[in-house]
Design a protein around this ligand. Structure first.
Ligand SMILES: [Fe+2]
Ligand SMILES: [Fe+2]
Length: 464
């Protein structure tokens, strides 16, 4: 008699609704989180907060102005994990005792869910861009270039909301670190999405893109690879450098920005859109890093290693030129007016999503930097009469972060807990009876410091 292997819950979940499949995915032991706020050096484990995946409505795609909603954050955490499972991640210290996690992360169970869900999840996360961007009337290379020059000049001259928030923060060091963490999402795996556009045969434009790619990879010299010099910058701030130590602190806007380039690179029907987006990104990086150097030098003096920013301020001027001349305009000339709207769409979408990155980071810095005021605001807020959401937290429970679609008042009913809102700033200790307002969209986590704490969430009435 042969014994049939038992199907695991993961095997059973290839059908069903998108929400069901994603919840099954998030319930994998890899994604339960642990008691620590930062993740260990294990690139396969990341807290997906399975209960918050289960409560998300995946039949209601967020609109372009709803990037800070809870379901958008959940979707982009999942999508980012899906995309990274298509790249090679190995821990610096060697697999040692992580072979089982490696097998699980890349194995057939989770892979099947990813493959049956990724397109649907992408539509959920990014379909909003279709209506948010209008490319009608974009038919010639001249129009394309004029639009490109216009938006790049605007970006170079305009203030960065996130850098402004850092400069104005009370705790500028914690604010700057929070910004670095958002950059780490891409910085620690830089140019991974780009690598998917290198294969095939598409003439001189392919070689131009490859030139940029090998710069990002330090021409094959590990010490010069952008990811390596990004890690140096983190180290100079005494921050962790592994993928993804700060997973719990990635905001929805930066996650969406990072995912956007993977999304375009996974489907070559969107190749021209990718070319537009990457041209925009390369062109705006140089002036952005010049601004970042100013702000960071001001705060940290010489104690921070900004080689990464200096390198980009320099090389992305060059990359901006190559992508414009040898990729964007060259593709438009070679392939004709039919590809122009797609090239332009990529520029416009990258610009829009870049705004989500900035606005989300700025809002998180402002909130985390002024919790005293949000304690006062909690006192003044009108809260719903309905019973609040009650959560029991135990010391040592897995730690995760989340946000809410509407403002909430968080109250400690019993015990004592830390409210965690930044990766390196001190947590806010909340005692029994303490209340703090959590604005809509803001990311936070709560850790019990008593053996058991009870926290309440009161929805704030609109206008309250
Ligand atoms: Fe780079
Ligand atoms: Fe670059």
């Amino acid at each position: 008699m042969t014994v049939q292997p038992q199907a695991s819950p993961v095997d059973n979940e290839v059908g069903g609704t998108l929400g069901k499949r994603l919840t099954t995915f998030a319930r994998s032991p890899l994604f339960h989180g642990d008691a620590q706020v930062l993740h260990d050096s294990n690139p396969y484990r990341r807290m997906l907060v399975p209960d918050s995946v289960a409560e998300s409505d995946f039949t209601l795609p967020p609109r372009a102005d709803q990037w800070s909603t809870h379901r958008s954050l959940v979707a982009h955490r999942l999508l980012g994990t899906f995309y990274e499972a298509d790249t090679v991640l190995l821990p610096e210290q060697g697999l040692a005792d992580l072979h089982d996690d490696f097998d699980l992360f890349y194995g057939p169970g989770l892979r099947r869910i990813r493959e049956t869900s990724v397109s649907e999840l992408e539509r959920f996360a990014f379909d909003c861009l279709d209506d948010a961007v209008d490319v009608s009337g974009a038919g010639t290379t001249e129009i394309l270039d004029a639009y490109f020059q216009h938006v790049v000049t605007a970006a170079a001259n305009g203030p960065s909301p996130a850098l402004t928030a850092i400069a104005e923060a009370r705790d500028r060091e914690a604010a700057a670190d929070l910004y670095l963490v958002q950059l780490a999402l891409d910085g620690l795996t830089e140019a991974s999405a780009m690598s998917r556009n290198l294969a095939g045969a598409y003439g001189p434009e392919q070689s131009a893109l490859f030139k940029i790619f090998i710069d990002e990879f330090g021409y094959g010299v590990y010490d010069a690879k952008h990811t390596t010099i990004f890690a140096k910058m983190l180290r100079s701030r005494r921050m962790a450098t592994h993928v993804h130590a700060y997973w719990n602190f990635y905001l929805g806007g930066p996650l969406a920005t990072n995912n956007y380039y993977y999304y375009l690179s996974r489907d070559h029907a969107k190749f021209f859109r990718y070319a537009g987006a990457v041209t925009y990104a390369e062109a705006v990086f140089a002036p952005a890093f010049v601004q970042m150097v100013k702000v960071f030098r001001n705060i940290f003096g010489d104690s921070v290693d900004l080689h990464y920013c200096d390198e980009h301020a320099h090389i992305d001027e060059h990359h901006g030129r190559i992508t414009r001349e040898q990729v964007l305009l060259a593709l438009a000339d070679r392939h004709g007016s039919r590809v122009v709207p797609e090239l332009l769409r990529g520029i416009a979408e990258a610009r829009l999503i870049g705004g989500w990155f900035e606005d989300d980071t700025a809002a998180q810095i402002r909130w985390a930097d002024d919790l005293a005021r949000h304690r006062e605001l909690a006192g003044a807020a009108s809260i719903a009469v309905a019973p609040p959401l009650r959560t029991v937290l135990r010391e040592g429970h897995p730690f995760g972060t989340r946000n809410h679609d509407g403002a909430m008042v968080l109250e400690i009913e019993r015990g004592e807990a830390d409210l965690v809102t930044t990766p390196t700033g001190p947590p806010e200790r909340l005692e029994r009876g303490d209340r703090v307002l959590i604005p809509a969209g803001r990311l936070y986590g709560v850790r019990s410091v008593a053996p058991e704490s009870v926290c309440l969430l009161h929805p704030v009435l609109t206008g309250g």
